[in-house]
Write a protein that binds this ligand. Structure first.
Ligand code: DCC
Length: 160
Protein backbone atom coordinates (compact mmCIF):
# COMPACT_ATOMS: atom_id res chain seq x y z
CA UNK A 1 0.00 0.00 0.00
CA UNK A 2 1.39 3.44 -0.90
CA UNK A 3 1.52 6.13 1.72
CA UNK A 4 -0.20 9.42 0.97
CA UNK A 5 0.32 12.65 2.92
CA UNK A 6 -2.61 13.39 5.24
CA UNK A 7 -5.14 16.09 4.43
CA UNK A 8 -5.83 19.01 6.72
CA UNK A 9 -8.06 17.99 9.61
CA UNK A 10 -7.96 15.84 12.73
CA UNK A 11 -5.20 13.24 13.00
CA UNK A 12 -5.70 9.85 14.67
CA UNK A 13 -4.46 9.36 18.21
CA UNK A 14 -1.21 7.41 18.58
CA UNK A 15 -3.07 4.68 20.46
CA UNK A 16 -5.90 4.53 22.95
CA UNK A 17 -3.68 4.51 26.06
CA UNK A 18 -1.29 7.23 24.96
CA UNK A 19 -0.64 9.67 27.82
CA UNK A 20 -0.89 12.59 25.44
CA UNK A 21 -3.70 11.76 23.08
CA UNK A 22 -5.24 8.42 24.03
CA UNK A 23 -8.98 8.58 24.50
CA UNK A 24 -8.99 5.72 27.01
CA UNK A 25 -6.20 6.91 29.30
CA UNK A 26 -7.93 8.31 32.41
CA UNK A 27 -4.72 10.12 33.38
CA UNK A 28 -4.08 11.47 29.89
CA UNK A 29 -4.41 14.88 28.30
CA UNK A 30 -6.79 13.63 25.60
CA UNK A 31 -5.12 15.87 23.06
CA UNK A 32 -6.78 16.31 19.71
CA UNK A 33 -4.19 17.21 17.13
CA UNK A 34 -5.05 18.64 13.73
CA UNK A 35 -3.07 19.18 10.59
CA UNK A 36 -3.50 22.67 9.20
CA UNK A 37 -1.46 23.88 6.26
CA UNK A 38 1.43 21.55 7.02
CA UNK A 39 1.57 22.40 10.74
CA UNK A 40 0.37 20.40 13.72
CA UNK A 41 -2.11 22.18 15.98
CA UNK A 42 -3.60 21.34 19.35
CA UNK A 43 -5.82 23.50 21.54
CA UNK A 44 -5.45 22.37 25.10
CA UNK A 45 -6.58 23.45 28.54
CA UNK A 46 -4.50 22.20 31.46
CA UNK A 47 -6.55 21.50 34.57
CA UNK A 48 -5.97 21.18 38.32
CA UNK A 49 -4.40 17.74 37.85
CA UNK A 50 -1.58 19.45 35.97
CA UNK A 51 -0.75 22.16 38.51
CA UNK A 52 2.75 22.68 39.87
CA UNK A 53 2.59 25.91 41.83
CA UNK A 54 -1.01 26.66 42.78
CA UNK A 55 -2.96 27.72 39.70
CA UNK A 56 0.04 27.37 37.38
CA UNK A 57 0.63 24.45 35.05
CA UNK A 58 3.53 22.14 35.90
CA UNK A 59 6.39 22.37 33.40
CA UNK A 60 6.48 18.61 33.13
CA UNK A 61 2.85 18.53 32.05
CA UNK A 62 3.67 21.05 29.34
CA UNK A 63 6.62 18.89 28.27
CA UNK A 64 4.34 15.86 28.05
CA UNK A 65 1.94 17.68 25.79
CA UNK A 66 4.70 19.10 23.60
CA UNK A 67 6.35 15.70 23.26
CA UNK A 68 3.09 14.19 22.17
CA UNK A 69 2.26 16.91 19.66
CA UNK A 70 5.75 16.47 18.20
CA UNK A 71 5.00 12.74 18.04
CA UNK A 72 2.37 13.49 15.41
CA UNK A 73 5.19 14.35 13.01
CA UNK A 74 5.13 10.67 12.14
CA UNK A 75 1.89 11.34 10.27
CA UNK A 76 3.60 13.99 8.16
CA UNK A 77 6.11 11.50 6.82
CA UNK A 78 4.23 8.21 7.10
CA UNK A 79 6.82 6.69 9.43
CA UNK A 80 6.94 6.43 13.21
CA UNK A 81 9.44 8.61 15.03
CA UNK A 82 10.42 8.94 18.68
CA UNK A 83 11.96 11.65 20.81
CA UNK A 84 15.75 11.79 20.97
CA UNK A 85 15.95 15.31 22.36
CA UNK A 86 13.44 17.85 23.67
CA UNK A 87 14.20 21.41 24.77
CA UNK A 88 11.66 23.91 26.12
CA UNK A 89 11.76 27.62 26.90
CA UNK A 90 9.03 28.55 29.33
CA UNK A 91 8.30 32.19 28.55
CA UNK A 92 5.30 32.82 30.80
CA UNK A 93 3.35 30.90 33.43
CA UNK A 94 0.53 28.87 31.91
CA UNK A 95 -2.54 29.36 34.09
CA UNK A 96 -4.54 26.28 34.93
CA UNK A 97 -7.86 26.49 33.10
CA UNK A 98 -6.63 28.81 30.35
CA UNK A 99 -6.75 27.92 26.67
CA UNK A 100 -3.37 27.13 25.18
CA UNK A 101 -2.88 26.88 21.42
CA UNK A 102 0.10 24.80 20.36
CA UNK A 103 1.57 24.78 16.87
CA UNK A 104 4.39 22.45 15.85
CA UNK A 105 6.29 22.26 12.60
CA UNK A 106 8.71 19.91 10.94
CA UNK A 107 11.46 22.35 10.04
CA UNK A 108 13.66 19.89 8.21
CA UNK A 109 14.54 16.27 7.80
CA UNK A 110 18.03 14.82 7.49
CA UNK A 111 17.74 11.12 6.79
CA UNK A 112 16.28 9.64 10.03
CA UNK A 113 16.46 12.93 11.90
CA UNK A 114 13.40 15.16 12.16
CA UNK A 115 14.06 18.66 13.45
CA UNK A 116 10.92 20.11 14.96
CA UNK A 117 9.84 23.38 16.55
CA UNK A 118 6.74 24.35 18.49
CA UNK A 119 5.14 27.36 20.09
CA UNK A 120 2.32 27.73 22.61
CA UNK A 121 0.25 30.90 22.88
CA UNK A 122 -2.65 31.99 25.05
CA UNK A 123 -6.05 33.19 23.86
CA UNK A 124 -4.66 36.70 23.31
CA UNK A 125 -1.80 35.35 21.22
CA UNK A 126 0.86 35.97 23.90
CA UNK A 127 3.67 33.44 23.75
CA UNK A 128 3.74 30.99 26.65
CA UNK A 129 6.52 28.61 25.60
CA UNK A 130 8.62 27.50 22.66
CA UNK A 131 10.27 24.14 22.08
CA UNK A 132 12.68 22.31 19.83
CA UNK A 133 12.92 18.59 19.39
CA UNK A 134 14.90 16.00 17.54
CA UNK A 135 12.88 12.94 16.65
CA UNK A 136 14.36 9.87 15.04
CA UNK A 137 12.50 7.72 12.58
CA UNK A 138 12.28 4.14 13.82
CA UNK A 139 10.86 0.98 12.34
CA UNK A 140 7.94 -0.85 13.91
CA UNK A 141 10.33 -3.30 15.61
CA UNK A 142 11.19 -0.43 17.96
CA UNK A 143 7.79 -0.81 19.59
CA UNK A 144 7.96 -4.57 20.06
CA UNK A 145 8.17 -5.19 23.74
CA UNK A 146 5.83 -5.72 26.68
CA UNK A 147 2.31 -5.09 25.49
CA UNK A 148 -0.65 -3.88 27.54
CA UNK A 149 -2.80 -6.82 28.65
CA UNK A 150 -5.82 -5.37 26.87
CA UNK A 151 -4.73 -5.79 23.27
CA UNK A 152 -8.29 -4.99 22.16
CA UNK A 153 -7.45 -1.37 23.03
CA UNK A 154 -5.78 -1.12 19.61
CA UNK A 155 -7.68 -0.33 16.45
CA UNK A 156 -7.07 0.57 12.84
CA UNK A 157 -7.61 4.25 13.75
CA UNK A 158 -4.41 4.32 15.79
CA UNK A 159 -0.73 4.14 14.87
CA UNK A 160 0.05 1.11 17.02
C1 DCC B 1 3.39 3.03 14.44
C2 DCC B 1 3.83 4.41 14.79
C3 DCC B 1 3.82 4.74 16.24
C4 DCC B 1 4.32 6.08 16.56
C5 DCC B 1 4.11 6.38 17.94
C6 DCC B 1 4.76 7.65 18.27
C7 DCC B 1 4.40 8.00 19.67
C8 DCC B 1 5.00 9.32 20.04
C9 DCC B 1 4.73 9.62 21.47
C10 DCC B 1 5.30 10.94 21.85
C11 DCC B 1 6.79 10.94 21.77
C12 DCC B 1 7.39 9.99 22.74
O1 DCC B 1 7.07 9.97 23.90
S1 DCC B 1 8.59 8.92 22.17
C13 DCC B 1 9.16 8.06 23.63
C14 DCC B 1 10.36 8.75 24.27
N1 DCC B 1 11.53 8.47 23.48
C15 DCC B 1 12.10 7.25 23.52
O2 DCC B 1 11.69 6.34 24.19
C16 DCC B 1 13.34 7.09 22.67
C17 DCC B 1 14.44 6.40 23.45
N2 DCC B 1 15.65 6.43 22.65
C18 DCC B 1 15.86 5.48 21.72
O3 DCC B 1 15.13 4.50 21.61
C19 DCC B 1 17.06 5.69 20.85
O4 DCC B 1 17.95 6.60 21.45
C20 DCC B 1 16.64 6.22 19.47
C21 DCC B 1 15.90 5.15 18.68
C22 DCC B 1 15.79 7.48 19.56
C23 DCC B 1 17.92 6.63 18.71
O5 DCC B 1 18.84 5.62 18.82
P1 DCC B 1 19.84 5.35 17.61
O6 DCC B 1 19.10 4.81 16.47
O7 DCC B 1 20.94 4.54 18.21
O8 DCC B 1 20.34 6.78 17.19
P2 DCC B 1 21.59 7.64 17.72
O9 DCC B 1 22.81 6.99 17.21
O10 DCC B 1 21.49 7.88 19.16
O11 DCC B 1 21.35 8.98 16.94
C24 DCC B 1 21.04 9.01 15.56
C25 DCC B 1 21.54 10.30 14.98
O12 DCC B 1 21.05 11.42 15.73
C26 DCC B 1 22.13 12.21 16.19
N3 DCC B 1 21.78 12.80 17.48
C27 DCC B 1 21.51 12.17 18.61
N4 DCC B 1 21.18 13.04 19.57
C28 DCC B 1 21.27 14.26 19.03
C29 DCC B 1 21.05 15.58 19.52
N5 DCC B 1 20.67 15.82 20.77
N6 DCC B 1 21.21 16.59 18.63
C30 DCC B 1 21.59 16.38 17.34
N7 DCC B 1 21.80 15.15 16.84
C31 DCC B 1 21.66 14.11 17.67
C32 DCC B 1 23.31 11.25 16.28
O13 DCC B 1 24.51 11.93 16.23
C33 DCC B 1 23.07 10.42 15.03
O14 DCC B 1 23.45 11.18 13.91
P3 DCC B 1 24.03 10.49 12.59
O15 DCC B 1 25.32 9.83 13.01
O16 DCC B 1 22.99 9.51 12.12
O17 DCC B 1 24.22 11.63 11.64
Amino acid sequence: MTWEPPHDGPLPQHHHNCLGCGDRNPHGHHLQVRLEGGALHARHTFDERHAGAPGITHGGAIATVLDDVFGFAGYLIGQPAVTRSLSIDYDRPVPVGAICDITARLERREDRKLFLTAEGVDASGARLFTARALFLVVDLQHFHGPRPPDSSARSSRTLL
